[in-house]
Design a protein around this ligand. Structure first.
Ligand SMILES: C[S@@+](CC[C@H](N)C(=O)[O-])C[C@H]1O[C@@H](n2cnc3c(N)ncnc32)[C@H](O)[C@@H]1O
Length: 226
């Protein structure tokens, strides 16, 4: 019998221990108190968190944070809230924040589903980036993929009218699913016919360049909230 107590949400990640380098550990100690926002199931005051009022972009699953740091460095007039569950990734991004003296990044280390549900107010984001989310390529794992109709509904409800969702993947089967799911959401409008050209602000990663050199594809999707 279904007992809600035992019913757990299927998560889009598996927490790995992961080795923390000395540099990452140091960055967490030095910059964590200023740039990491603790998860609490209460609405977050973004103006207070960033100390100003500015356009707000949420990045989901920033990994080691290279793209995040580069994008934020190139757009000092915007604020970037990064959400990631993996501690070495948080350390890595904080290291970049320190090295590049970035002031427009804040981090929440927690499952983005909870963060969106409880911390982010409706219609408060100007954009959302999800770059190379875990493809969960085995058929039996597909249900772990982040980009699914229910999650997208929640995500879109947090974005302002005219704001955008930008996804990128190098896994064709997931790209097809993304196009289907975003195309099926009536609150969204595609900015392209199908997949979009890579917007200039998204840097090509070394990994991605290597894939492209090998003839592998990368698919960007950019949709606007009506
Ligand atoms: C394949 S990696 C891609 C990292 C990075 N965006 C890049 O392009 O290199 C996906 C990341 O999303 C994170 N992630 C997956 N599900 C998440 C969730 N529900 N909340 C927060 N982060 C999540 C994982 O920990 C992982 O670091």
């Amino acid at each position: 019998m279904d007992n809600p107590h035992y019913m757990r949400r299927i998560r889009s990640f598996v927490l790995r221990q992961g080795h923390l380098s000395t540099g990452q550990e140091r960055a967490i100690a030095e910059f964590g108190p200023k740039y990491v926002i603790e998860y609490t199931p209460e609405p977050l005051d973004l103006d207070a968190a960033f100390g100003r009022h500015a356009p707000r972009i949420l990045e989901i699953g920033f990994g080691m944070g290279q793209a995040t740091a580069q994008i934020a460095g190139n757009a000092p007039e915007q604020d970037f809230l990064g959400c990631e569950v993996h501690t070495p990734g948080v350390g890595s991004l904080l290291k970049l924040v320190g090295e590049q003296s970035l002031t427009n990044i804040r981090i929440v280390q927690h499952d983005v589903v909870d963060v969106l549900e409880h911390m982010i107010a409706p219609a408060s984001l100007d954009g959302v980036h999800v770059f190379f989310p875990d493809p969960w390529h085995k058929k039996r794992h597909n249900k772990r993929r982040l980009i699914q109709p229910d999650f997208l509904k929640l995500l879109v409800s947090r974005i302002k009218q005219g704001g955008y969702v930008h996804l990128a993947t190098d896994w064709e089967d997931y790209a097809i699913q993304m196009l289907e799911v975003l195309g099926g959401e009536s609150a969204l409008q595609n900015t392209a016919e199908g997949y979009a050209p890579r917007p200039d602000y998204r840097p090509l990663t070394k990994f991605e360049q290597r894939g492209i050199n090998l003839g592998h594809g990368v698919w960007d999707l950019v949709f606007k909230v009506r």
